[in-house]
Design a protein around this ligand. Structure first.
Ligand code: ADP
Ligand code: MG
Length: 249
């Protein structure tokens, strides 16, 4: 967790541009995320939302502009990059759990390997986190024995186990059966209430309304509109946002 009282943004993007070959995927992106803030990113497919997440985590490099995290430019490589990555949790649409490790082992692997926490300490903390996401009773099972919702909650516990300063969520409920979406959103809403800094790409507008401090609408590689959730959903300012909302609501 970070200190919500600190006025400096946790993440700041200035004039960020990204191309894939000749495709201009992100165009002059300016965006900052405050400590403890929950920013929901929405918009049509292909608009650059996943690329934005990957840039913030430095899974991709930028072509132009500047990204800072906690006041520092993102490290380019080596130990500094590994340390930075461990400060930023990432939860994807596909849960990416290790299939041959138990639920608890999936959660404790990072702390033991990267943070050099002892196994007994990691196990204790891991069980607390599984409790927090409501699946402590599944700790000894393997991912394939769990529902999609339970697997995604494991992935959230795994991210939390590294004590991240921020968690990026890229469509965390898109691969789930409808009846499992809410249990994952409930965990995320709890994190938001507890002050976790979050950037969340999602089509779940109910979650955006409940949990977001700010909605960022992206289309065609640009931030088209940014607003408080109520204002955005009741009165979008741009035609593109209105058109998008009319299709999904
Ligand atoms: P979104 O998440 O909003 O659907 P993405 O960030 O995944 O959008 O993609 C934005 C654009 O960049 C799309 O046109 C996509 O095809 C393209 N793109 C994404 N990743 C790559 C890549 N690694 N190589 C080439 N093109 C990519
Ligand atoms: Mg995407």
């Amino acid at each position: 967790m970070t200190e919500p009282g600190d006025p400096r943004p946790l993440v700041n993007l200035e004039g960020v541009n990204k191309h894939f070959g000749t495709l201009h995927v992100l165009k002059d992106i300016n965006l900052s995320v405050a400590r403890g803030e929950v920013v929901v990113v929405i918009g049509p497919s292909g608009g650059g939302k996943s690329t934005l997440c990957r840039l913030v985590n430095r899974l991709e490099t930028i072509d132009a502009g500047k990204i800072t995290f906690d006041g520092q430019e993102l490290p380019a490589e080596g130990k500094a990059l590994a340390r930075f990555r461990s400060d930023v949790g990432m939860v994807f649409q596909s849960f990416n759990l290790f299939s041959h490790k138990t639920i608890l082992e999936n959660v404790t692997l990072g702390p033991i390997k990267v943070r050099k926490v002892s196994k007994s300490e990691a196990d204790k903390r891991g069980m607390e986190l599984l409790e927090r996401v409501g699946i402590a009773s599944q700790a000894g099972k393997y991912p394939a024995q769990l529902s999609g919702g339970q697997q995604q909650r494991t992935a959230i516990a795994r991210a939390l186990a590294m004590d991240p300063k921020m968690i990026l969520f890229d469509e965390p409920t898109s691969a789930l059966d409808p009846e499992m979406v809410q249990e994952v959103l409930d965990v995320m809403t709890g994190l938001a209430r507890d002050g976790m800094t979050m950037m969340v790409v999602t089509h779940e507008m109910g979650f955006a309304r409940r949990a977001a401090n700010r909605v960022v609408f992206m289309a065609g590689g640009e931030i088209v509109e940014e607003a408080e959730p109520d204002a955005f959903f009741t009165n979008p300012r741009t035609d593109r946002a209105r058109d998008f909302l009319s299709k999904i609501l």
